[in-house]
Design a protein around this ligand. Structure first.
Ligand SMILES: *Cc1c(COP(=O)(O)O)cnc(C)c1O
Length: 243
């Protein structure tokens, strides 16, 4: 795992340099869905801080176990002292927002007003505001999740006004494409929506896009967070858990 993690960090740095960007401007979100608490702790020992989860039940159990074992660990190097930061990146059902609002640090997949309002209402006052990205659907595949690009600015203004949320930017999961030119074209559409938010004066700083197969194209189009599972942890079991 240490070797794969270092290789992914190397890919990110090379992709950033190739387009004249500072590698420090691209963060790695390690997508730990289907992998257990032991895998998360092992990667945390490699210095990885941010972890992404898709399924609520799986994430809650894992988060509890990681937290318990974290407290019992022997002292580590200073850069490993901070506990993991948890990002929810899966589809959101409006009747399942509460545990997410109560336990996650970030949510990347907000795509409608109802979900945003619930997350804000349910975010405990004792915690920092929930860091939020709007999931934008640039593939136009009529998939279940993702806000249509033309509806993003209105949703962004609503989220920016909610007291317990902090709008950070956009997230996208484009349709898989083998051709880097097609990959870049889709990420470019996300960047255009992002630039529109900047033009409107919205305080966004995050573009969450790019996975194991297309992170280079995403970085070339401005990604600030790449969400990588397979390339860090290895192949997932074929049948994924359901939430
Ligand atoms: C699983 C998943 C990833 C990681 O995918 P890999 O191809 O394994 O890198 C990234 N983002 C989301 C939303 C995912 O569900």
């Amino acid at each position: 795992m240490r070797v794969r993690h270092a290789a992914v960090l190397g890919r990110i740095a090379a992709a950033a340099r190739a387009c004249g960007r500072d590698p420090a401007g691209v963060g790695l979100l390690a997508v730990s869905k289907t992998f257990d608490a032991g895998a998360v702790l092992a990667l945390a020992d490699c210095g990885q801080r941010d972890f992404g989860e898709n399924y609520v039940q799986e994430a809650l159990a894992k988060r509890t176990e990681v937290g318990d074992r974290w407290r019992l660990r022997p002292a580590r190097r200073p850069e490993q002292l901070d506990p993991p930061v948890w990002h929810f990146i899966g589809p959101l059902q409006s009747n399942k927002t509460r545990p997410i609002a109560e336990t996650f640090d970030w949510v990347h997949s907000v795509d409608r007003e109802k979900v945003a309002r619930r997350l804000s209402e349910q975010r405990p006052a004792s915690l920092a505001p929930l860091q939020v990205c709007i999931q934008v659907d640039v593939s136009g595949e009529a998939t279940k999740s993702g806000c249509a690009p033309e509806d993003v600015p209105a949703l962004a203004r609503i989220i920016a006004g909610l007291p317990r949320l902090r709008l950070r930017g956009l997230m996208a999961i484009p349709a898989p494409a083998d051709d880097p030119v097609l990959q870049r074209a889709q990420f470019a559409r996300v960047r255009e929506v992002f630039e529109r938010l900047l033009d409107e004066g919205l305080p966004v700083d995050t573009l969450s896009m790019g996975m194991s197969a297309d992170l280079e194209a995403a970085i070339a189009e401005g990604a600030t967070i790449v969400r990588v599972g397979t390339a860090v942890f290895g192949e997932r079991p074929k049948k994924e858990a359901v939430s």
